[in-house]
Each structure stands twice: as structure tokens, then as C-alpha cells.
Write a protein that binds this ligand. Structure first.
Ligand code: SD4
Length: 340
């Protein structure tokens, strides 16, 4: 018997035995998911949310710019990319865009991704000559048959799309790296410097959700290292029927739990954005007794315009723009006691 036929026959046999039981539980899951979706859409219709922009950390200007774009009627995707670009251009931000801290060998390499309301996404990794990597990720999404482009390929594609070639290592970042080289001690410090990725989620006037995430990754990382930020499902995930989530913090840990996808799926099954962010952080700390040494944080929004955020350690904040108000919201955290 040919291998494929054999596998199919064997599978039918096994399914036959367990079919009764699994059909029941499968139907139950579908109907509970359907109920959650109905509840969400009822909420959405009854509340009619005004445009909202949320982003990681205290990036108030970036969030204000995104909010203003939404207010002017721009789409969620346009607004999110305009917002993160503020930090990509900010030379003082050493974890996003130009001015980002380099890897151990002195190369600044940027990662970014975007996701649009129609479920499309684009991503670029290991980009060392272009500042606006979220916009470049959008071009990958819109102008190529692919989702991810990395390194030189992403850069060469970018030039064809009009992105200019730039040196991303600023004098200050170079100086800080030279200083770091004296000890060459690699130790990401919670909430300091190496944890300032910008992740942004926007809900526009049409009620559509899109997101963008942009970073230079961990300072003084190994050459070639890529974190969660450009990985769809880990650093960012949007399902326009449900909501969206973005992450910041220790990318290796966020990748292992596919945190942003997890949050959206938990919301699909009835959790609020806050509950879903808490559960995603719990998944990280449950499996990891080193959680006291690193930060991981999530923010999320659902179709009804409800938002949530949670992190492991104190010190993370979320910006929220709604109705002309741009607020810095301190975020609740898991590790309450240093003696735990
Ligand atoms: C990374 N998650 O590359 C990013 C780092 C980060 O704020 O969030 N910095 O792992």
C-alpha cells in the first residue's frame, strides 16, 4: 500500500474509534467560542468605540501622533506605523530605530513587523541600514509574495521601494558600546535600556484593528540574534474579529510561549484583554524559575475597545490615547514581593 494511502486508512480507523467523544468536545468548544464571539460583537455594537491607540512603555509622543492620525480619519495601520516611526527616528531611544544599541560586534540590527485588519502581515529581520523598519515590513506585506525578509535581502528590497540607506550607529551608541566592551558583560537589566521596544495597537473609526512592532532588540546581543518583535504571533498578533496584542521584554521567553497569539486566542474564548495578558505572563513564569531576572510585558485591545496590560516586574507602563486624552498608565505586575 502506498504510504499516503496507508496513513489515511490508519487515521480513519483511529478517528472512528474516538469519534463519538471527540465530536462532543469539539462541538462544545465551537459553541463556547461562538458564544464569546457573539458577546464580543454585542459589546462592540452597543459601545461603538471611538478611535484608540495604545503602545508599550511611556512613548507619549508616538502614541499622541498615532491618536491624532486616527482622529484625522486615517486607518489603524497607517496610524500604528506613523506612531512607531516617532521612536524609530528618536536618536535618544537606544532600543528602537536609528541610535539603537548595537550587537557585541558593533552592528545595529533592527527587527519589525506589522499586521493589518485583513489578516495580512509583513516582517523584516536583521536590517542594518534602514531606519523605518515598520514601514519596510508593510512594504514586504503589500509588495512581495512573502511575509518575512531578512538582512541584505530586506535592505535591497527596501532601496527599490525608496527607503534610504543610513548608518544606524550614532556617536553616543558607539561610545556606550566602546564602554561596554571594557567589561563585555552580557546581562539584560530589567526595565533598563534594553527593554524599550515599541509595540502599538490602533483601533480606527471603522472599528478595525492593526498593529506594528519595532525594535533594535537586546543591547549587545550575539551577532545574528533575532527576538520576538518581528515574529508574528510572538511580538504581535491581530485578528480583526477579536482584537490584538503586542509584547515587549525578554524576547526569548515571549517566543517560547507565542504570547501575542495566545492573548488573542484567549480573548476569542471569552477573556477580557486584562485577563488574557495576565494569563500570558503566567504561562511564562510558570515554566521559568528565572523570571525574577527578566521583564516580559504585554498590552492588548479587543473589538469593543477594552484594553489591558500586564507584566512580570514593576516599572512597565502603557500609553493610551482615546477622546483626545493621551494617558500614561502604570501596569500591574506579577512579582509583587522581592522576597518571593
Ligand atoms: C527583543 N522584545 O528583541 C525585544 C526587546 C524589547 O524592549 O522588548 N526591548 O527581545
Amino acid at each position: 500500500m502506498k504510504r499516503r494511502k496507508f496513513i489515511r486508512k490508519a487515521a480513519v480507523g483511529t478517528v472512528g474509534i474516538g469519534l463519538g467523544a471527540s465530536m462532543v468536545s469539539c462541538n462544545e468548544t465551537i459553541s463556547s467560542e461562538k458564544k464569546s464571539m457573539e458577546a464580543l460583537s454585542e459589546k462592540k455594537n452597543s459601545t461603538k468605540p471611538t478611535p484608540i491607540a495604545i503602545c508599550t512603555w511611556g512613548f507619549s509622543e508616538a502614541n499622541r501622533v498615532a491618536g491624532a492620525a486616527l482622529k484625522a480619519g486615517k486607518s489603524a495601520l497607517d496610524a500604528a506605523i506613523e506612531g512607531v516611526q516617532v521612536e524609530e527616528d528618536n536618536l535618544k531611544n537606544t532600543t528602537v530605530g536609528k541610535g539603537g544599541a548595537p550587537d557585541r560586534e558593533g552592528n545595529v540590527t533592527l527587527d519589525a513587523c506589522v499586521m493589518s485588519p485583513n489578516g495580512d502581515c509583513g516582517s523584516v529581520l536583521y536590517v542594518s541600514t534602514i531606519t523605518h523598519v515598520a514601514a519596510l515590513a508593510r512594504k514586504v506585506m503589500e509588495e512581495t509574495p512573502h511575509v518575512i525578509l531578512a538582512g541584505e535581502g530586506a535592505e535591497e528590497f527596501g532601496y527599490t521601494q525608496g527607503f534610504k540607506r543610513e548608518d544606524l550607529l550614532t556617536e553616543e551608541s558607539n561610545k556606550a558600546w566602546q564602554e561596554w566592551l571594557k567589561s563585555s558583560e552580557y546581562k539584560p537589566i530589567i526595565n533598563i535600556e534594553n527593554h524599550d521596544t515599541i509595540g502599538m495597537l490602533c483601533l480606527d473609526k471603522e472599528g478595525d484593528i492593526a498593529g506594528a512592532c519595532s525594535t533594535s532588540g537586546l543591547s549587545y546581543k550575539m551577532k545574528g540574534r533575532v527576538g520576538d518583535s518581528p515574529i508574528i504571533g510572538s511580538g504581535l498578533f491581530v485578528d480583526n474579529e477579536v482584537g490584538g496584542a503586542v509584547a515587549t521584554g525578554m524576547g526569548e521567553e515571549i517566543l517560547k510561549t507565542v504570547g501575542s497569539f495566545l492573548i488573542v486566542e484567549l480573548m476569542r474564548n471569552g477573556m477580557s484583554p486584562q485577563q488574557a495578558c495576565e494569563e500570558a505572563v503566567h504561562r511564562i513564569v510558570k515554566k521559568n524559575d528565572r523570571y525574577k531576572d527578566f521583564q516580559a510585558a504585554y498590552i492588548a485591545i479587543n473589538k469593543a475597545g477594552e484594553t489591558g496590560a500586564y507584566c512580570i516586574h514593576e516599572g512597565f507602563a502603557m500609553m493610551k490615547y482615546q477622546n483626545d486624552k493621551n494617558e500614561n498608565i502604570a501596569v500591574d505586575f506579577y512579582h509583587k514581593s522581592q522576597t518571593e
